[in-house]
Design a protein around this ligand. Structure first.
Ligand SMILES: Nc1ncnc2c1ncn2[C@@H]1O[C@H](COP(=O)(O)OP(=O)(O)OP(=O)(O)O)[C@@H](O)[C@H]1O
Length: 122
């Protein structure tokens, strides 16, 4: 098989593994499931409040940001639990920092949400 065929086969395999990870996240990780419920609610709100195309773009970008941050936080928690299942101050710090990254994304998502929706209610 040519190296070009190998390249495309490997890319296809990577997509398959990524889709598997996506499925694991949305079916078994409670933090992601909670975020997905919020995403569905915000999407319904977007339609009800007739937000503009630009507002949709900002809303979608922050939704993506929050989900990606939460997914990476989950992965870091899993690594931490795997390499050191027992209590350790440093593991706690790593997990706190990782959760802090997701919190960062959530803060900006809330700010964007307020900017979009507050004018629609006043
Ligand atoms: N092995 C550990 N050693 C020290 N502190 C820990 C350890 N595991 C968890 N912690 C502390 O508990 C907090 C919560 O950790 P946990 O792994 O339960 O994450 P979580 O945010 O509750 O995630 P999830 O609900 O997705 O499991 C961490 O941020 C950390 O402060």
């Amino acid at each position: 098989m040519s190296s070009r065929n190998n390249f495309f086969l490997n890319r296809l395999k990577s997509v398959k593994y990524a889709a598997k990870g996506f499925w694991i996240l949305i079916t078994s990780e409670n933090s992601i499931i909670a975020q997905v419920i919020i995403v569905i609610f915000m999407t319904i709100m977007g339609f009800i409040m007739h937000i503009s195309a630009t507002e949709w773009m900002f809303q979608l970008v922050v939704i993506g940001l929050v989900l990606v941050a939460e997914a990476l936080n989950t992965a870091i928690e899993k690594i931490a639990d795997f390499i050191h299942p027992e209590y350790h101050k440093q593991i706690g710090r790593v997990k706190d920092i990782s959760a802090g990254a997701a919190f960062f994304a959530a803060i900006f998502a809330i700010i964007i949400g307020l900017i979009i929706y507050i004018p629609k209610f006043i």
